[in-house]
Design a protein around this ligand. Structure first.
Ligand code: ZN
Length: 247
């Protein structure tokens, strides 16, 4: 009987390990089969190896007229800096929010002009037209030219990466384990709880200020900033995090 239970436990453990292995493999493959190469070349960054107790909060798809200012208020309260991957089209609609981001020391990264699906349907030229158009808008409003690009939906291809290298830009991806998919309508406590539980120095944490779910995200940022600063973490921009990386 004891042997039977033991065998069952071992079997269960193996099944678990295989499942985790397959899921992890599937996630990586879903991103792109060359992901590991691009990460080694530091063209795509998901985490930074650092001995400093620092992480970067990042916000996609904004600016949003209601949620982004709430998040900026929270960051200010905790003396935290964030990185906003903005859409050029939304910057044109809400220029004052971009100006405020810059004034308060945040980084403004590029998330394309229209959140067009950067899939195979569009040429690399079309994608870069969107990127350059947004670069100009960010420069005009924020006075910044961040090297950081986060393609819509995280879409990457060999041709796109070749152009990224050519233009000496960097793809700011995110720490997979910290992707809570807040945009799917999770509650603030669930988002914050997951992130705080899994926190490690050097992580790039993806959140969405521009989605309809931005109110819960703003509440989550309040919880995250409170708990992480208490735990001794500094919340810095992605570029600052990269700079703090072990050489
Ligand atoms: Zn997006």
């Amino acid at each position: 009987m004891i042997i039977f239970i033991h065998k069952k436990a071992v079997l269960l453990m193996f099944t678990g390990l295989i499942f985790v292995g397959i899921s992890w493999g599937a996630y990586n493959f879903a991103l792109h089969p060359h992901m590991h190469i691009w990460k080694n070349q530091k063209v795509v960054i998901t985490d930074v190896a650092t001995s400093e107790k620092m992480v970067a909060l990042t916000f996609d798809d904004g600016p949003h007229p209601d949620y982004t200012p709430l998040i900026l208020d929270v960051l200010k309260k905790y003396d935290a800096k964030g990185t906003f991957f903005v859409l050029g089209s939304r910057c044109e609609k809400y220029p004052d929010i971009i100006k405020r981001m810059a004034k308060e020391g945040h980084e403004v990264g590029n998330h394309s002009y229209s959140h067009r699906n950067f899939s195979k349907k569009h040429s690399v030229d079309t994608m870069f037209e969107e990127i350059h158009r947004t670069d100009d808008i960010i420069l005009r409003l924020a006075g910044q030219k961040s090297p950081l690009i986060r393609p819509p939906g995280g879409f990457l291809s060999d041709a796109f990466i070749a152009r990224i290298k050519n233009e000496k830009r960097t793809i700011a991806y995110w720490s997979y384990i910290q992707d809570t998919k807040d945009w799917k309508g999770k509650k603030a406590e669930a988002i914050a709880g997951h992130i705080v539980k899994n926190i490690k120095p050097g992580q790039i944490i993806i959140l969405h200020d521009g989605a309809d779910t931005g109110m819960e995200t703003a509440r989550a940022v309040n919880l995250i900033a409170d708990r992480l600063t208490r735990a001794g973490y500094q919340l810095v921009t992605v570029s600052e995090l990269i700079k703090s990386g072990n050489k």
